[in-house]
Write a protein that binds this ligand. Structure first.
Ligand code: AMP
Ligand code: GLY
Length: 417
């Protein structure tokens, strides 16, 4: 019976995909989204509350008798939204601030993995420039240098030369603009990357379908790192054996480790994994749904997502069903992204698209949809194969007026081209 009221916190493509998935639930009657965007507004009632305004969100949930709140962005987790909702007796899907450290503190994640023998690159942590530089200088290249703290994917430098490594260490440890400096230096791992998101409830782990993101801005994996320029699911090189290893040797032990450490995790544990010659290893963990991976994973979920969220909160078993279809999504981003870009550019042709569009950074202005972020839209194609899905996504993009936008036409190239 449709009776549940849900609040989704966030306003990007990931939240649009969560809202879209919730709209297919046989239990969900009403969806609110704070703050949402122009696309989400077609499927949910958007509420003008910011993702970090926890007190206003608590008040909204209480007043509107929300049955379940689902958290999208890490920023909300970092300000303790889950702790506060729980204190107030409100039901929320996401990790506590302490559990979200698995994303917000690289060193916390690295220590946990070392202690519980979860495969990852060897590392050292530093807070002073001299010792970090001495360590890096004595090791082979490339050097992987990570700023320890929430940096939204911007705090990682894979330095191919000692000069680049030294500059990165200077930026992170001597320049105050990054904030109080601390870095993790780790061994370089080689292999294709993939994203393995699991819904986790204490020691229980419910795996979601595999996806691969494309972090670099331009075709051929060139240019600066971004939040992600496209994604696809399933991932052909993640064989059942690789998946089994990733689940049994990485995701389950990590969930157990969090319980053992006194910070049980409830929410989406995102494993950013790399398939090395020695098997999958962890590049990073995130404490939330990935963006843009969610936009190609959740549409493949055939079972009820509300049930999955609810089961995780209650610690119940929950079986999931997945479609065999292939999905591939291409991000349309504002020219200049990930650096500065223009906002307020009118988008046209959206209604002629045949596949699915998830809005990442859009707003409504005088009845028109305009750009309001770096990543603007994710156009998702689906088909029997990833090749077919990509053709459809690109054909749909051709129908959208893209002035001031750019995209990568090679999403999926690691398995398609
Ligand atoms: P992260 O923010 O930790 O996901 O890192 C961003 C990107 O840097 C990853 O997606 C990888 O492409 C790359 N990277 C991070 N750590 C390593 C590593 N140890 N070896 C190779 N590449 C890495
Ligand atoms: N797509 C990578 C992330 O969500 O962090």
């Amino acid at each position: 019976m449709k009776s549940k009221k849900v609040l989704v916190v966030g306003g990007g493509g990931r939240c649009h995909a969560i809202v879209d998935s919730l709209s297919r639930s046989p239990q969900v009657e009403k969806i609110y989204c704070a703050p949402g965007n122009a696309g989400i507004a077609q499927q949910a009632e958007c509420v003008r509350i910011g993702v970090e305004d926890v007190e206003a969100l608590v008040e909204f949930s209480t007043k509107n008798a929300i049955d379940l709140t689902v958290v999208g962005p890490e920023a909300s987790l970092a300000v303790g939204i889950v702790d506060r909702f729980t204190e107030k007796g409100l039901r929320i899907f996401g990790p506590t601030r302490a559990a979200a450290q698995i994303e917000s503190s690289k060193e916390f994640a690295k220590r946990l993995m070392a202690k519980y023998h979860i495969p990852t690159a060897a590392y050292e942590a530093f807070d002073d420039f001299e010792s970090a530089w001495a360590y890096v200088k004595a090791r082979p290249l490339p050097a992987v240098i990570k700023y320890d703290g929430l940096a939204a994917g911007k705090g990682v430098v894979v330095a191919e030369s000692y000069e680049d490594a030294e500059n990165a260490l200077r930026d992170m440890l001597l320049d105050e603009s990054f904030g109080k400096g601390r870095v993790v230096v780790e061994d370089f791992l080689a292999g294709p990357e993939f994203s393995f998101m699991c819904v986790v409830s204490g020691e229980k782990v419910y795996p979601l379908a595999m996806a691969q993101d494309h972090k670099r801005a331009y075709e051929g994996d060139k240019g600066p790192n971004t939040g992600g320029m496209g994604a696809y699911s399933p991932v052909p090189f993640v064989t059942p054996e690789v998946e089994e290893f990733a689940l049994e040797r990485i995701m389950r032990p990590t969930a157990k480790a969090m319980v053992a450490e006194g910070v049980p995790f409830v929410g989406v544990l995102y494993g950013g994994l790399i398939l090395t010659e020695e098997g999958p290893k962890v590049i990073e963990f995130n404490a939330r749904f990935g963006d843009p991976e969610t936009e190609v994973v959740l549409p493949r979920l055939m079972s009820d997502i509300y049930e999955l969220f609810d089961a995780a909160i209650e610690g119940r078993e929950c079986a999931t069903e997945w479609s065999e279809e292939a999905l591939l999504g291409v991000v349309l981003a504002s020219e200049g992204y990930p650096a500065g870009y223009k906002k307020g550019v009118r988008l046209e042709g959206l209604e002629s698209v045949e596949g699915t569009i998830y809005h990442m950074g859009t707003a409504e202005r005088e009845g028109a949809v305009v750009t309001s972020g770096g990543r603007v839209l994710m156009v998702v194609g689906r088909g029997k194969t990833l090749g077919e899905a990509r053709e459809k996504a690109l054909a749909d993009i051709a129908k959208i007026s893209c002035e001031g936008l750019f995209y990568r036409s090679d999403i999926g190239h690691k398995v398609l081209d």
